[in-house]
Design a protein around this ligand. Structure first.
Ligand code: FAD
Length: 494
């Protein structure tokens, strides 16, 4: 055989993108997806989706663009841009907008199924791809690079083999389980005590019910309602709450009472029918999984949620999964270039060559392994950092935006990044609008936090001194308040 072949388990967002990349590089690609093809009308109603709306940002878009700039245009056409957060305060009357950046940066809200369908359609444009819907992985052996699938329509089993097996089979990945039995893999999994439920807010008079330029949030300290715009002018709203709060809402009256108390401005916008969906719609668990390494030899690799399922509070799960695929492609292309440079005796490898047209066929097992080793040297660390940022952001989203101290700090972070772009960069921008690795973004953010804390402490110290000198008699209580403020600031910084 003159080309490599790859089995991809899972034709979700990350698996479909991975399939496109391998096909573009000339590999023979087989994608096995246990669900039916949702592009077919007859299958649409059967499908129960976990989440129907996602936010795609720089990392995700970059991976799409590297694959094919035309595909990026198609993806852009199914998204709605959001330029910041609109915070709905308790009581329902006051809202305030916080722009993501001073440069007009935006994230793009996209329907998960539509995006998946666009990627599957792209996948099928490559002649060297075969997609098997309704085929479920039963087991695989990464040592022998074999896999067994069950055709769910006939019940038949198919045994197959490839040069490389990619597990893109999501949070409950079977390939990850098999990886654990093939190699020493560290795994950390944790459920958080919160879950989520989605509700749809339909358009009002054929227009968006809320300002579509923003992601809307209703932060309520221990829980949060979030709304993302859809291209059909509806909003997908997600209620993130502790499990016991979900349990406490048993009847429609309970629900209305809860919304009247916490989100009164939304009751009319949802309407009774949409609100009642609360009782039918699934309550999704929230958990994370970190794994390291992500590969076994040159034989197998897990990507996307299979490798690093996260809580969704930084909107980075899919973005990180797409970045996995771009990173993998970079390392495979690097191997291919080294191989072709070695063939041409005495020729110097030109690192500046455009990667676009490079075909990576046919790599030896050692070359594939070399790429996977490089991959596992960075992605486990970076995806773990992404998960930590998502856990942190849940606190910031539901309570930080209500806390004047945190707001001041975010404001300073943003202004400093605008005035001194070489010294400071707002965390949200580093995560959502740059391709700086998640671990490096975290490192820089912590360093910046220390600097901002010093600025604040110095300012407060100076003010206290001035106050102390001016109003000597009441300086005691004020200074002790100041100390409390400093403690609060220090405890908020990580
Ligand atoms: P999945 O999307 O889970 O796809 C896995 C595929 O594998 C599925 O199609 C499944 O049917 C198939 N499969 C599973 N087992 C088998 C088997 N045995 N055989 C064959 N096929 C199999 N991320 C963002 O970037 N931005 C967001 O705004 C965002 N919001 C989110 C909101 C919520 C509420 C949640 C829960 C997640 C959110 N995410 C977001 C995360 C994002 O949904 C995931 O990171 C992303 O879907 C992962 O894609 P994946 O392809 O790795 O896994």
């Amino acid at each position: 055989m003159t080309v490599n072949n790859v089995i991809i388990v899972g034709g979700g967002l990350v698996g479909a993108l991975a399939g496109c990349y391998f096909a573009k590089r000339g590999w023979d690609v087989s994608v096995y997806e246990k669900r039916a093809d949702t592009r077919l009308e007859k299958n649409r109603l059967k499908k129960k989706s976990k989440s129907i709306n996602l936010s795609i940002s720089t990392r995700g878009l970059s991976a799409v663009e590297r694959l094919d700039p035309e595909l990026l245009k198609k993806v852009a056409s199914i998204t709605v841009p959001a330029y910041g957060r609109m915070v709905h305060e308790i009581g329902g009357k006051t809202v305030h907008a916080i722009r993501y950046s001073e440069n007009g940066d935006y994230t793009s809200a996209v329907n998960r199924d539509i995006l998946n369908q666009v990627l599957l359609t792209q996948l099928e444009t490559y002649k060297n791809v075969k997609v098997y819907f309704e085929h479920k992985l039963e087991t695989c052996d990464l040592k022998s690079k074999t896999a067994r699938f069950r055709d769910l329509t006939t019940g038949e089993c198919i045994n197959t083999r490839a040069d490389l097996i990619i597990g893109a089979d999501g949070a409950y990945s079977k390939v990850r389980q098999r990886l654990q039995s093939s190699t020493r893999i560290n795994l950390e999994q944790k459920y958080i005590d919160h879950a989520y439920c989605e509700l749809l807010m339909q358009p009002k008079n054929n227009e968006f019910a809320l300002d579509p330029d923003y992601v809307h949030i209703w932060p309520r300290e221990t829980f949060l309602l979030l709304a993302l715009p859809n291209i059909d002018k509806s909003f997908t709203c997600t209620l993130f709450m502790p499990l016991e709060t979900f349990d406490s809402i048993q009847t429609y009256d309970d629900l209305v009472h809860f919304f009247e108390k916490n989100f009164p401005d939304t009751i009319e916008l949802f309407g009774e029918e949409a609100l009642k969906r609360y009782f039918e719609n699934p309550k999704g668990d929230l958990f994370y999984i970190k794994t390291n390494p992500h590969h076994y030899s040159g034989n197998g690799l897990i990507v996307g949620d299979a490798a690093h399922c996260t809580v969704p509070f930084y909107a980075q799960g899919m973005n990180c999964g797409f970045e996995d695929i771009e990173t993998l492609d970079v390392f495979l292309v690097e191997q291919a270039k080294m191989a072709s440079a070695a063939k041409v005796s005495g020729a110097n490898q030109d690192d500046d060559d455009d990667d676009d047209d490079v075909k990576t066929n046919k790599l030896t097992p050692q070359q594939i392994e070399a790429a996977l080793i490089k991959y596992s040297a960075c992605r486990p660390k970076d995806s773990a950092a992404m998960i930590d940022l998502a856990l942190y952001n849940y606190t910031e989203l539901r309570s930080g935006v209500n806390n004047p101290m945190v707001t001041v700090k975010i404001f300073m972070e943003r202004k400093l990044s605008y005035w001194f772009p070489n010294l400071f960069c707002h965390l949200y921008s580093m995560v959502s609008f740059s391709k700086l690795s998640y671990s490096e973004a975290t490192r820089r953010w912590k360093e910046q936090n220390r600097m901002i804390n010093s600025i604040i402490m110095t300012s407060i110290g100076l003010s206290a001194t001035v106050l102390g000198l001016g109003v000597l008699k009441i300086s005691g209580p004020r200074l002790s308040q100041t100390t409390e403020l400093l403690k609060l600031f220090n405890s908020k910084s990580m």
